[in-house]
Design a protein around this ligand. Sequence first.
Ligand SMILES: Nc1ncnc2c1ncn2[C@@H]1O[C@H](COP(=O)(O)OP(=O)(O)OP(=O)(O)O)[C@@H](O)[C@H]1O
Length: 305
Amino acid sequence: MNSRALIATHNLSKMYNGVYRVNKVNLAVPEGEIFGFLGPNGAGKSTSLKMLLGLIKPTEGEVTVFGRELAKDRRSILKQIGSLIESPSYYGHLTGWENLKIMQRLHDAPSKNLYEVLRIVRLEKQKDKRVDHYSLGMKQRLGIAMALLAFPKLLILDEPTNGLDPAGILEIRELIKSLPARYGMTVMLSSHLLSEIEQIASSVGIISNGHLLFQGTMGQLNAKTKISISLKTSDNQAAERLLLKHGFQASSSGPRLLFDHLDDTLTAQVNRLLVDCGLDVIRIEERKKSLEDIFLELTGKERSL
Ligand SMILES: Nc1ncnc2c1ncn2[C@@H]1O[C@H](COP(=O)(O)OP(=O)(O)OP(=O)(O)O)[C@@H](O)[C@H]1O
């Protein structure tokens, strides 16, 4: 990654009851990006995020944020991070405004920020309602407003769209996406949904069973999706032998022959070779390995270890 890593971890690990739930994770979250931390339930996302925020102590490894070691400079680092981990904490009997006011004083943030964050999360009209009477989506937006109050350089959000309805998800997604350009923030957020990360993140880290399996830009992850040509003939075994003689290696057998890296010209050549040798070509299909396939492949492999 080209830009500076705002968060970097070195062999970050956490053991619970003799089992490593986070295992030698080396994260590099680039500045100014939205970094999606993706993994199935129980993969170790929340545990990792809690270590980044100094909420729990790593069993091993180090966390560096803004180029400074978290263990040595905890207070000043945490002052510049906004976060929402698990459900937002608030006083239900107080209004949204009163809750924000408490946070604003705690953070020593300018009071004009109160209006600004309310506007960003679109809670201006409900600010005088008791939070007990808020919908789940409103509570989540209040949580994000609290995390934004001091306009931190870094925002860490654990499953921010969890439990929201589709309209709420869309709204929060658009809001988060606007933060790097509008306020120069770096955002790290976790999700167990590939579709969510795909739509929001510019960089991604994939974790499963405590291991970081992939880290890079969304473009690098997308580059792993590949097109293959699937072939069905009147005699697949004969076709496979014939094509191999001409330098075409099938990547998998079964009812279809699969070939990687066949462009249009080579596909036409394969077709001609088969027909010329008296083999009927019944189907030629293009198959694209989706991101979902790759995600399942990555996490599935890990599961079977
Ligand atoms: N305090 C704890 N004590 C013991 N085990 C824990 C503790 N916290 C988490 N774990 C275990 O560590 C593993 C990772 O949990 P974690 O909450 O980090 O996963 P996650 O990726 O955030 O998934 P989810 O989305 O389901 O929360 C799980 O198996 C969980 O049961």
